[in-house]
Design a protein around this ligand. Sequence first.
Ligand code: AMP
Ligand code: ZN
Ligand code: ZN
Length: 402
Amino acid sequence: MKKRFLLLLLFVITAITFAAPKPYVILVSFDGFRWDYLNRGITPNLEKVKADGVSALSFRPVFPSKTFPNHLSIITGMYPAHHGIIANSFGDPFSKSFYRMGDTNAVRDGRWYLGEAFWETAERQNIITASYFWPGSELQLSYRRPTYREYYDHNRLYEKRIDGVVNWLQLPSDKRPRFITLYFHETDSQGHEFGTDSPQINEAINKLDGLVGLLFQKLDEIKMRDSVNVIFLSDHGMTNISVERSINIEKIVGQYKVKFIDDGPLMMIGPAKENFNEVYQTLKKNEKHYKVYLREELPDYFHFSNHPFIAPIVIVADLGWSLITNRRSDWLAKTKGTHGYDNNQLDMHGIFLAVGPNFKKNYRTGTIWNIDVYPLLCKIFEIMPRTNIDGKLERIEFILNR
Ligand code: AMP
Ligand code: ZN
Ligand code: ZN
């Protein structure tokens, strides 16, 4: 009896000693950081990440190449038509209610989110998670959000965000999150206001690179630098626009009863039933510097047809062009850059770099798709992904060790 007990004890001790420790991942998003900003010679810290880890030539967003749809695709592994956040702002024509990224009640209302975010998948499988900002991380339902999260505050100092993450990593190990998101808007804001070739965007790029250095310095100080995986990515790129390259869609179909939804790189049109065909044909006849599609006709790679909130007519501007109406074109004069276009346009691509114990070293690869990050995270944590996702582990797992 005593011998059997000793054997069991030995087995338990061996199992505990050799069980793989749960990994750590910090997922950092630099909003609007275009893929080629890395080639400007102003990002020494990211250069070091490249040498020590994995870097992709570019990171392909989903359509539309906007902030909320893409952050949700990264964290769920699904296209927007599947995870439900089809735009930064959109309406539900059935209940006549609206989702807006600036509306606190809407962004916390679980009914809009049809996918399972990685933090839900992870928490269900006993992994503690945290979010220092990420679209979709603030849901009221406790089982759909990370254990720890911060409510979005655009003006929160960047250094304070990093301190928050480092504080979480110093919690006792049974309370400490293993997966943490972190978000910075700098390159998006400066890219919109000053364009992609301005001194201001270069300052923003350099500032974010400085934060990369700061994060590693802090991880060093708490002796966790070698045990933490850090992924740096962006939701989309940016391209320059101008007032001269604009098309007033209202001038083309204003004689009909139509509803113009959104503007800029993408516009949706909700015409009344009685003049649907005329509206579509008129837009088709005038198709210059944009493409007009019936919802069902959109290119397959947009994966943007299969959702009831997508309007029946979708117009996508050519790269660098803007779609406007009579009313709301004042923003254009104040904006030098934007995004939202065709996701195969290289200017819409972002960055993907990763470093840490689970990633290969000094490994450069081609374009990576953002919907593949969710299955990658599940693989790192050795947990079951949802089976209804669009992302594919086999397209991305070669960047991992082993
Ligand atoms: P976009 O219009 O696609 O360029 O959106 C970028 C903006 O999204 C940023 O400037 C932020 O103000 C906003 N944003 C980013 N993350 C969040 C969040 N978690 N909650 C609310 N707004 C956010
Ligand atoms: Zn963005
Ligand atoms: Zn933006």
